[in-house]
Design a protein around this ligand. Structure first.
Ligand code: A3P
Length: 325
């Protein structure tokens, strides 16, 4: 019996099975063979029980703030590199492996009742994230928030401007959304990043290839903004948390900020920073009309999908469908 030295053998192996070059991590405790070689001092409890998958600019940080107020809900520690989000399943961080990922999470004091979670808003539109997440945390619940994709695109553009993205500073919102195939590459790239996350139905369908519908909660972002306590009750029911937390007492409307915030002692409030709930001029009517038409088919597909899932249609979607008639 002959074999090659390890490095050459690996080379040969991946020549024969090129599709296995890309790893797909599984929970080491789910397979006896893996469990047997998994160090005793390690635990498999440092993995999220649910994921807030985005998309960006729909209120994901507000939801994050509200979730961590709950005594049984624990988040990961922030990542210094990626604006506090771990972004494991969507990016190259995935290749750092599960030890790297688990290190972001605390060891839960009670693995049954404590719910660990992670919010990375760009998981939503990622091609890879659903498959990878389903492989490592197949039982995880998923939460997504939807607002009118046109408003989402506009908020995202404003966000890029305030982060001084050169293309966003150079081109108007209308130029970004309406750029044609001959537009400069940086404008086309910005356009794609701005518009593609709003193809809600396609992205949700991709998650549903890997997760059963009962593991997915779709939140109406408008309701999260105006009536977060009711949304948080639904979230608690969906997550099956052991202790009910009363958000109507814990949240307060901050009239200065114009948004709901955490109520602290002595009537003080903790709101999100300046980067959330930004002040910017309303979207121009040309952009609004362009996007309404751009997202029409996607919104029709979303309505069909929500109908199939037995979920109510958010108000913005009903309005958009009326326009489409
Ligand atoms: P704008 O800053 O464009 O108004 P995300 O955290 O996913 O990036 O979303 C940011 C958006 O969350 C904000 O967009 C804001 O409209 C919305 N939002 C909803 N409820 C909020 C709250 N209670 N505090 C701050 N922002 C909230």
């Amino acid at each position: 019996l002959q074999t090659l030295p390890p490095a050459q053998l690996a080379h040969k192996y991946f020549e024969l099975f090129p599709d296995q070059k890309d790893p797909l991590w599984q929970n080491p405790c789910d397979d006896k063979r893996h469990r047997d070689i998994w160090p005793k001092e390690k635990t498999c409890d440092r993995l999220p029980r649910f994921l807030v998958i985005g998309p960006q600019k729909t209120g994901t940080t507000a939801l994050y703030l509200f979730l961590v107020m709950h005594p049984s809900i624990l988040s990961n520690s922030p990542s210094p590199k990626t604006f506090e989000e771990v972004q494991f399943f969507n990016r190259n961080n995935y290749h750092r492996g599960i030890d790297w990922y688990m290190d972001f999470f605390p060891v839960p004091s009670n693995a049954t009742t404590d719910l660990l979670f992670e919010k990375s808003a760009s998981y939503f539109h990622s091609e890879e994230a659903p498959k990878r997440a389903a492989s490592l945390v197949p039982k995880a619940k998923l939460i997504t928030i939807l607002i009118d994709p046109s408003d989402r695109a506009y908020s995202w553009y404003q966000h890029q401007r305030s982060h001084e993205d050169p293309a966003a500073l150079r081109f108007s919102f209308y130029e970004v959304i309406s750029a044609g195939p001959r537009a400069p590459p940086e404008l086309r790239a910005l356009q794609k990043r701005c518009l593609v996350p709003g193809w809600y139905a396609s992205h949700i369908e991709r998650w549903l290839l890997y997760f059963p519908p009962l593991q997915l909660l779709i939140i109406d972002g408008q309701q999260l903004r105006t009536d977060p306590a009711t949304v948080m009750d639904d979230v608690q029911k969906f997550l099956g948390v052991s202790r009910h937390y009363n958000y109507s007492e814990a949240l307060t409307f901050d009239s200065h900020k114009g948004l709901w915030c955490q109520l602290l002692e002595e009537g003080k409030t903790k709101c999100l920073g300046k980067s959330k709930g930004r002040k910017y001029p309303p979207m121009g009517p040309d952009s609004r009309a362009f996007l309404s038409s751009y997202y029409r088919d996607h919104n029709v597909e979303l309505a069909k999908l929500l109908h199939r899932l037995g979920q109510p249609l958010p108000a913005w979607l009903r309005q958009e469908l009326q326009k489409a008639r």
